[in-house]
Design a protein around this ligand. Structure first.
Ligand SMILES: [Zn+2]
Length: 140
């Protein structure tokens, strides 16, 4: 799944949990089924990275250091190794997250092409976070 989607899913998970550590680890576990589902990924690494950082920052501003934020952070954290790999810093065989290392098969689809496909995925992810905010996700 593209990283911005992991942030949104993790925020939803965190809003359902009362504990930041639990939200972080359940969020991280949620990365596996989301990666297994066949999906579109952003073609442009930097668009994905910029949108992911923007959405994480928005979650932090809206919810503070809460289970919502830590769910989002835990959910997207495994993609940090993908970022390092795509930048050429981390060799393929050094990746450890099961859906990145090949231990669990990663769902494949052609990459999302063009600005609008990426913008649509980002808009849906931002909208999910907005709904969580409107519904008053847990803040602690
Ligand atoms: Zn991933």
């Amino acid at each position: 799944m593209c990283s911005v989607t992991h942030v949104a899913a993790g925020a939803v998970i965190g809003s359902l949990l009362g504990s930041s550590p639990a939200a972080f680890f359940v969020g991280m576990a949620s990365h596996i089924p989301l990666d297994v589902i066949p999906h579109l990924d952003f073609e442009n690494l930097w668009v994905d990275a910029a949108l992911t950082i923007a959405l994480l920052a928005a979650v932090l501003l809206l919810f503070g250091l809460s289970p919502v934020f830590f769910g989002a952070l835990g959910s997207v954290a495994p993609d940090f190794e993908n970022l390092l790999w795509r930048m050429g810093v981390l060799p393929e065989e050094r990746k450890i997250f099961p859906t990145h290392s090949g231990l669990i098969r990663h769902g494949r689809a052609r990459p999302a092409r063009g600005f609008w496909a990426g913008a649509a995925m980002a808009a849906v992810s931002f909208a999910i976070v907005a709904v969580v905010a409107i519904m008053g996700g847990s803040r602690s």
